[in-house]
Write a protein that binds this ligand. Structure first.
Ligand code: GDP
Ligand code: MG
Length: 151
């Protein structure tokens, strides 16, 4: 079985401070995704500006960088079937008020500027983000559960 789509998922500083890291990891594990990289990192503003380069110029950009640099984040790569799109569905809408209950943002957040988690929005941006956050590379291994998750 070879399902190699990967997505970059990040618990933002508010998610770390509020103690939601374990729940977010647990949701991806239980769904059947394979954890392929994980680290706690207090990112610099410059690194975050690169991560959010497509939003440069937005009025909320300076506040976003300050928020994201305010504490450590949990950077992760999850691999599996339709990982990018399904990861976004699990996160919920960007504005938590529009996120369905049962999604991460819909269960834990109210404000767009404190929305707990990040997930790549396309396969191409996922690969870019994985390179930015894990220049050392990710971990290659076989998860023996895969035959129970995929046909
Ligand atoms: P995402 O892909 O769902 O995270 O949304 P975007 O890529 O559009 O925006 C990145 C992040 O910027 C969001 O997750 C929010 O934390 C923040 N953000 C987006 N829009 C707004 C806004 O209108 N106001 C504020 N304060 N933050 C925003
Ligand atoms: Mg985005």
């Amino acid at each position: 079985m070879s399902v190699q789509e990967r997505t970059y998922i990040m618990v933002k500083p508010d998610g770390v401070q509020r103690g939601i890291v374990g729940d977010i990891i647990s949701r991806f594990e239980k769904r059947g995704f394979k954890l392929t990289a994980l680290k706690l990192v207090h990112a610099t503003p410059a690194h975050l500006e690169e991560h959010y380069a497509d939003l440069k110029g937005k009025a909320f950009f300076p506040g976003l960088i300050k928020y994201m640099a305010s504490g450590p984040v949990v950077a992760m790569v999850w691999t599996g079937l339709d990982a990018v799109k399904t990861g976004r569905v699990m996160l919920g809408a960007t504005n938590p008020l529009a996120s369905a209950p049962g999604t991460i943002r819909g269960d834990y957040a109210l404000a767009v500027g404190r929305n707990i988690c990040h997930g790549s929005d396309a396969v191409e941006s996922a690969e870019k983000e994985i390179k930015l956050w894990f220049p050392e590379g990710v971990v290659q291994y076989t998860n023996d559960n895969e035959k129970w998750v995929f046909e």
